[in-house]
Design a protein around this ligand. Structure first.
Ligand SMILES: [Zn+2]
Length: 57
């Protein structure tokens, strides 16, 4: 089983993950934005990213 992992996501990549069906939960307590680990061009917050189990009919 995959454990959730932490990624720094800008606003755009956060939306991309949500659209792709991932569970994305913000990690609390962050005071400063970091470089996005996904596109590496934006700035964003740390999120716990977890693959959602999808049942196709
Ligand atoms: Zn990004």
């Amino acid at each position: 089983m995959d454990k959730p992992h932490i990624e720094t996501l800008c606003h755009k990549c956060h939306g991309d993950y949500l659209e792709a069906g991932f569970i994305v939960v913000k990690v609390p307590g962050q005071k400063f934005k970091d470089a996005c680990t996904h596109c590496q061009s934006g700035q964003g917050w740390d999120y716990e990213v977890e693959a959602k189990e999808v049942n196709h009919g």
